[in-house]
Design a protein around this ligand. Sequence first.
Ligand SMILES: C[S@@+](CC[C@H](N)C(=O)[O-])C[C@H]1O[C@@H](n2cnc3c(N)ncnc32)[C@H](O)[C@@H]1O
Length: 333
Amino acid sequence: MEFPLGQGMLVAHTAAMTGPRFIQLHREDSAALREELAQGLSADPASVSPKFLYDALGSRLFDAITELPEYYPTRVERAIFDRHAATMVAIAGRGRTLIDLGAGNCEKAARLFDVLAPLRYVAVDISVDYLRESLASLQRQYPSVEMVGVGADFSTSLTLPPEVGRGERLVFYPGSSIGNFTPHEALRFLSQVRAAGGGGGALLIGVDLVKPKPMLELAYDDPLKVTAAFNLNLLRRLNALLDCDARIEDFAHVALFNEAESRIEMHLQARRALTLHWAGGERALAAGERIHTENSYKYTIEGFDRLLREAGFSRTTHWTDERQWFAVFLATA
Ligand SMILES: C[S@@+](CC[C@H](N)C(=O)[O-])C[C@H]1O[C@@H](n2cnc3c(N)ncnc32)[C@H](O)[C@@H]1O
């Protein structure tokens, strides 16, 4: 089976004889990024894709969020892996190529290395500088595991480079990042993941479950305001990428659970009437008007199982914690 290259965008870089290889699949096309940002800001309501939350600082702020007592997903998901990893591996098989989507600091995959004994570890992320650092440090800890870093934006399509190799694949997508897609987009993405896994491929995925509104809202609006800083960092990115004149002090972080859509929404809310300017455009915001920056959909076990099957995974198994706050699914085609 062939795995296509990303439209001639491949720039390979061998870091060092012993270090991880790094492949940059998406070129930072600043004109396209500016167009995407300008379109989102000009829409009604204004919105910016959550992928812009992650630059080197955004990735560090996300790591800090995972340390917060209010942010249960990381802790609960880790406990599920710790408790059930052996059973998961008995089903998925050892010695596969482990493909970590949105790898971030690569910690969750690394905790599974001993049981999974991956043939190769492929870490994919849009936050390229942070991924390079994380992977280089992981390679020093595990010098015998072959590692490949892939800088890619998989928000519209998932493309893997040939360096992933032809061994059996286990795709790892933890942290409930699937919740950033609408259910419709999630179905398309999961279908692409199934195709990228190839024949005999498996998917190990973490999914946050529906729970009471106050608990969800606290997890995304902590009293220390780390999540607020994570969200507000997006304004720095707007200024850098779009030459925009957003002032951080003019915006407030808002996180709310939209029960009808079963999703946490993050917004940046204007504290006063203001106008954002950038080269070629502007957007007036009334006091209290918002820029929508992230969705985090919450699923039921049945609902997510159905989505996996619709995406073409015929066999699924799942594990949860005692309180059913979070679930990990293992799905095979
Ligand atoms: C919620 S964090 C999860 C990090 C880590 N996997 C975990 O579970 O703790 C989402 C990760 O996906 C990456 N990411 C977000 N949007 C992306 C995109 N469009 N393409 C590739 N990576 C993306 C971010 O940089 C970040 O590392």
